[in-house]
Design a protein around this ligand. Sequence first.
Ligand code: UDP
Length: 238
Amino acid sequence: MQPIYEGKSKRLFATENPDELIMQFKDDATAFNAEKHAVFADKGRLNCAISNLIYGMLAKEGIPTHFVRLLDDTRVVVKKVDILMVEVIVRNVAAGSYCKRTGVAEGTAFGAPVLEFSLKSDALGDPLINDDYIRELALATPEELAFLRRSALKVNELLSAFFLKAGLRLVDFKLEFGRLATDPATIVLADEISPDGCRLWDVTTGEKMDKDRFRRDLGNFMESYAEVLKRAQHALEN
Ligand code: UDP
């Protein structure tokens, strides 16, 4: 079957239900706007498992998501959404592009979370944008933008507490949201939540357990994802 969409790390397939899609996690890893690319056996399965576990936890806490049901190791059924062309990034600790932009040392903790928006455009390299850009580009209404902010901060609280139980410090992460095909007035959390889009550092050693291992060639890339999954499963049970 041909995907209706193929991204860097996922494929989307149509189903008999016009309001649902199948999302398949691939084994591909990309970084630096896909300049760097490699395939890692088992990556799709690990990200699928981590993402589902987190989505389950968030749903239980009342966060509306696109998740419908798990199909198998690498595929989930999701509600069809129209993805908002704005990526929402939440930062608790300085890292990545924040450090590049400001010169602040990696690892500097923030007094309060730093919320950031970027235009979802690979062609433009996901540039940083603000509320006024979002208004002029008609990416979201003021009410939707307020909802994105509130949701992202709530997800940050829930995720930070959850990962802390797993011995992991949630440094930063990216969220994507979509308007339901069946009800465009309703916005839900979409895409994946995995170490591809979160920075996670071991609470005691500070070791990076996320895609920075691939970005920076630190080795033990999939071993770290497997460890994140193991710890997350343990945190969920306790
Ligand atoms: N991120 C992502 N997709 C993007 C941009 C960022 O998943 O297109 C995630 C990234 O993995 C990190 C956080 O968002 O956890 C903040 O990323 P940053 O802006 O520092 O970008 P980077 O320097 O990692 O490209």
